[in-house]
Every structure is written in C-alpha cells, then in structure tokens.
Design a binder for this molecule. Structure first.
Ligand SMILES: Cc1ncc(COP(=O)(O)O)c(C=O)c1O
Length: 448
C-alpha cells in the first residue's frame, strides 16, 4: 500500500508498529500534523500538543459593567424592575408563559417541588448521575429519592427502569438534563401520565437545550435552572423556575416571598397566605443575566458546532466513547462535553493516568461526578431522627435497596468532561483536543 493512501489513523498505527519506516521524510507532510501527534508524550518530557491558553469563563463586557453600575446608582438593590425584566426576557427566550427568578438553582428546585405538593411520605424517582443539589431538593422537602440506574450511553436516567420503581407513594419524576443534554422526555412524560405523576425537570445545566424542538424546562410541570458561576448563563449565583401553569407559578412566587400573595407589591407585614421562605433574586444578579443573555444564543451555537466537530474527530478513537443523545434531542447545551474513557482499550492505563497525560498535552479535563448517591449524606439522612419518625423501616429499606445503580457506578469510574469554555474556541482548538487524545492512544505503550 502506498503510504499516501493511508489514513491518518492507519499511518499512526503503522508507525507505532514500526512499519512507518517505509514513509520517507518527504512524504510525512502529506499527513499534516502527524508530527504533533507522534513521538514522546508530554507527560514523559515530549512536546505538548498545545501550549496556548483556553478561553476563560465567565466572560463579561462593558455592558455588564454598565448594567451593574446602573443598579448600584439606583439604590434599589433587592428584587424590583430589573428582576421583572429578566423574568420576562427569560420566559420569552424559553418560549414559556412565566418565569420566576430565584437566588439559585437549588432553591428553584426546592420551591418548585414544594409547590407541586411534594412533601413527607412521597417518593421521587430520580437518576443518580447529577449534582448533590438535585437530591437535596427532594430530601429537604421531606421526601425520599428512589434511584433509577443511569443509561451509560447517554448519562441520563434509564427510562426502561423507571416503572419497576413506582409504588403508591410515588409522586413525581425528576429528570436531570445532565451536562446540557435532554433526558428521554417522551418516555418520561408517558410514564408520568400513565401513573399520574408530576414531572419536575432539573434543567440547571440545560439552558436552550431542546427535545423535538421544545426547550428543556418546558416539557414537564416545572423547569428549574441555575446561573451559578460555572454555568453557561451566569451571574455568579442565581436560578429560575419556568412554567405555563399560572396557578403553579403564582404559588412559587408567593412561597419564595414569605408566602405573600402573588401580585402583592407593597411591603406588607401581614396578610400572608401560606408558609414561605425568601429566595428572591437581587437586581444585581438580574442585571448581569440581562447582559449575558445578549451573547447567549451565539455562544450556545458555537459550543454546539465545536462539540459536533469534536465528536466527529473522537468517534473512531477506540479508547473514548462520546456521550450519545436520544433520537428526540434537537439541541444540546453542552455545559460539559462528556465521554467515557475505556481503559481496556488503552493497555489498562487508569483514567487518572490518562487524564494526567492529557493535561500534560495542554488539555484540561475533569473526571466528573463520583457516585454521589452512595456518599454519607444519604444514609445519614435516612437515619436522622425526623426521617425515622415519619417513615417505616420497610419504606426506608426500600429506598436503600433502590440505591443500587451498578451502571452509574461504572459511568462514574469512566466519565471524562471537558468544561464548556473549551468549546467556545475554534475548530482548531477541537483538533488540539482530538490530536492529544489520539497521540496518547497511539503512544499508550509509553504509559505502561
Ligand atoms: C444538575 C444541577 N442541579 C442543581 C444545581 C444547583 O444549582 P445552584 O448551584 O445554582 O444552586 C446544579 C448546579 O450547580 C446542577 O448542576
């Protein structure tokens, strides 16, 4: 075979097998960047694939500063017109009737579950591959999380395993659109309808993600979002609940404002209609969000295009499997780019060693969630005096038994994330990621 007809992968395979000696120095440039990916790994003292800095996060511009100063100078810093403007614009962007801004995503989840009527005695179906706040919102409402194992291909709650976990106590399903990709909402909504359950979406990482053209957060009874510092749309700390049901949204508004009636603008010191809490967004938070929203669609588009290109580059490298999406997914928000690292395809080099090698090549990455469902908080909460007072031992044991999620455990051992700022660059930045992975894979013998 003429070396000019070899694919880049075939060339590198041939090179690592020692047959590349047939390729003369003059032919090598035909493979473009073969030199970048061949040779000594950076972790062993070789030349890194990349030394250039990555785009940083968060990004702000003059407009963000101007909006913050306008709030400062107005002297009105707690919830008022700027928050209302943000709510209107966010609802419009999401294609939904109402939005309620909150202090953060955790509070958005707690408030919406409570106002969906969830409380002591209820069981909530949830997947384990998520941030701890998802579980906190269930148990802080006095309910029990009933875990359903993860679909390792998509990182989402496995819809095939939901129905077997439903009992007469089940009140809701809480799908999490993790890393910014939609869960299988057709299946989840059909199961919820059949069993008369509420659906609260944890869309804290899924701004503008879509299922069959409809935005995540608008597909169930309530959609919850986070604007924490790391998030694609951020103001440092912040959150939102969105929905189309006015009565539900009125209840949420009231609950997040000490239980004052929705629409009550005066600083009333009586006349409250329910127990409540206070998790109102400040004018500063809303001001930053309004500025960030100007750039958000364009940033989401760039992340999406880069991620798709990266997947096209990674899909043939044996030791990594990019996260897959259900057929109904029409847009992914890419809070993280997720993949599974298969060490058995890489001389059994551990994920830790693989990621150290990747870091040395100039590519930052994360291992992602551990098996958070098995951390101490779970047993400590089930064992707390209040939970033991209101739940029978049989109920608590059933909750413990459901917390056996081997597919999720495996995913937590294998997952690798690239943070969304890496996706804000260029196609050539994506090539750096893919080249580095390819280089490590082709030279894996250097790691063993
Ligand atoms: C999936 C998920 N749920 C809930 C939250 C909680 O949001 P926040 O940190 O804004 O309270 C986060 C964010 O951290 C999240 O990623």
């Amino acid at each position: 075979m003429n070396s000019k007809n070899l694919s880049r992968r075939q060339f590198l395979a041939a090179a690592s097998a020692g047959t590349a000696a047939v390729v003369t120095a003059g032919q090598i440039p035909a493979f473009g960047d073969a030199g970048k990916k061949g040779g000594k790994l950076a972790v062993n003292g070789g030349k890194p694939v990349r030394t250039k800095a990555w785009p940083t996060w968060p990004i702000w511009e003059k407009e963000d500063e101007e909006r913050i100063f306008a709030v400062l100078r107005s002297g009105v810093w707690s919830r008022a017109a700027v928050v209302s403007e943000f709510e209107e614009k966010y609802a419009e962007m999401m294609g939904v009737k109402r939005c309620l801004a909150t202090t953060n995503g955790t509070h958005a989840l707690i408030v919406s579950l409570k106002m969906l009527g969830i409380g002591i005695g209820d069981e909530i179906i949830v997947g384990p591959y998520t941030f701890i706040a998802t579980f906190d919102s269930i148990m802080l409402n006095g309910a029990l999380p009933i875990f359903v194992d993860t679909d390792p291909e998509t990182f989402m709650i496995n819809p095939d395993k939901i129905e077997e976990k439903i009992t007469k106590n089940t009140k809701a399903i809480l799908p999490v659109h993790i890393l910014g990709a939609p869960a299988n909402m057709d299946r989840i909504n059909a199961i919820a309808k059949k069993h008369n359950l509420k659906v609260a979406e944890d869309a804290c990482q899924a701004w503008l993600a879509e299922w069959k053209g409809k935005k995540c957060g608008t597909l169930g009874d309530a959609g919850c979002f986070s604007f924490q510092n790391s998030k694609n749309l951020t103001c440092g700390e912040g959150g939102a609940i969105i929905g189309n049901d006015d009565e539900f949204m009125d209840r949420c508004h009231s609950f997040h404002n000490f239980g004052r009636p929705y629409g009550e603008t005066a600083l009333t010191l009586s006349g409250n209609i329910r127990l409540g809490t206070k998790c109102r967004m400040t004018e500063y938070q809303a001001a930053i969000l309004l500025a960030q929203m100007q750039r958000f669609e364009q940033q989401t588009k760039i992340r999406g295009e880069n991620a798709e290109y990266l997947t096209s580059r990674l899909k043939d490298i044996d030791c990594v499997i990019p996260m897959k999406f259900y057929e109904g997914v029409t847009r992914v928000a890419y809070h993280m780019y997720g993949l599974r690292y298969k060490k058995e395809a890489c001389n059994n080099v551990s994920r830790k060693k693989f990621l150290s090698a990747l870091s040395a090549e100039g590519i930052p990455s994360y291992t992602g969630y551990g098996a958070v469902n098995r951390d101490m908080w779970f047993e400590n909460t089930l064992n707390s005096p209040n939970f033991r007072k209101v739940y029978s031992k049989a109920q608590l044991d059933r909750c413990r038994q459901a917390n056996h999620c081997p597919e999720n455990d495996q995913l937590c051992e294998e997952s690798v994330w690239f943070f969304h700022n890496l996706l804000l660059g260029t196609k050539s930045d994506m090539d750096d990621i893919a080249d580095a992975i390819e280089k490590i894979y082709e030279n894996r013998d250097q790691l063993t």
